[in-house]
Design a protein around this ligand. Structure first.
Ligand SMILES: [Zn+2]
Length: 280
């Protein structure tokens, strides 16, 4: 399997009671970072898995009812953490990014999608279809801000559902099949159902850290996977499917127990964010 280089970038954070993210957690609001994963492919250059927050998020949540999103889940982007600025400091221009992979369509994962007009957008058709369903209130309740979905996404989308199905390496058991996004085996999308319609992780072999499965919002923290502690049903029911969320978390827990060498990265994990490179 072709190796890539992985950099975790912290791009903003939200505040949320921990108890909504893990059974038995505290009800005091805690900061949950948003990670954008920068993957350097030897031929394709920089590829992003999710974007984190972006100033566009605050513009999109200025009107009512979209403002309710900001009220329910306050967010901020600390100085220096804007994705465009972090990429610039790494010598990467927006047009250098030719592939943007979206785990799902929640606003904190796609807010920076507009920054990359030349990128193919790898995403789930099921996620996009669900993001376009219902009225404004319903979309906001499901974590969707329509203004953040690129208006030309239909012509740039490469749907996971249409991609080349491949068996996954044995060290990813119990997950057994994925989608080869670039056709060279370097980036394999793995469906992780439950959090919301069309929710996918991404498996790569990191030249430095070895096998790495980015799990999006299938868990809010590494601890949740290690201890198999899902969010309370209230939280998972609001956004997605509680039974499938729990089944996916149990499989991730099983994977962690079988293969302690595999790196698992939930998008909002405080531990993974603490390990991420500090913005310069
Ligand atoms: Zn989400």
């Amino acid at each position: 399997m072709r190796e890539v280089t992985v950099h975790a970038l912290r791009v903003g954070r939200c505040f949320h009671p921990q108890a909504m993210t893990i059974e038995g957690g505290s009800w005091r609001p805690a900061a949950f970072p948003a990670l954008s994963m920068l993957l350097i492919h030897p031929a394709e250059g920089p590829v992003l898995y999710d974007t984190g927050y972006d100033p566009a998020f605050f513009r999109a949540t200025a009107p009512f009812p979209e403002r309710l999103y900001r009220v329910a889940t306050p967010a901020e982007i600390p100085p220096g953490e804007e994705l465009a600025a972090q990429l610039r400091r790494l010598g990467i221009a927006p047009d250098d990014v030719r592939h943007l992979i979206l785990s799902h369509f929640h606003a904190d994962h796609i807010a920076g999608a507009h920054l990359f007009p030349r990128a193919a957008i790898h995403c789930a058709r099921a996620g996009l279809t669900a993001a376009r369903a219902g009225g404004r209130f319903s979309r906001v309740r499901h974590g969707i801000l329509s203004a953040l979905i690129p208006s030309d996404i239909d012509s740039r989308a490469r749907y996971f559902e249409d991609g080349m199905r491949v068996p996954l390496p044995a060290d990813l058991a119990p997950f057994d099949s994925g989608v080869d996004l670039l056709g060279d085996g370097s980036m394999l999308a793995v469906e992780l159902p439950g959090h919301c319609p069309g929710h996918w992780g991404l498996f790569v072999r990191d030249a430095a850290a070895g096998p790495h499965l980015m799990v999006g919002d299938a868990a809010w923290s590494c601890e949740a996977i290690e201890q198999n502690r899902p969010p309370p049903p209230l939280a998972t029911f609001l956004l997605g499917d509680t039974a499938r969320t729990r089944s996916t978390l149990a499989k991730l827990h099983d994977l962690h127990r079988r293969n302690g060498d595999i790196r698992l990265t939930p998008c909002h994990c405080p531990r993974r964010a603490a390990e991420a490179e500090k913005p310069a």
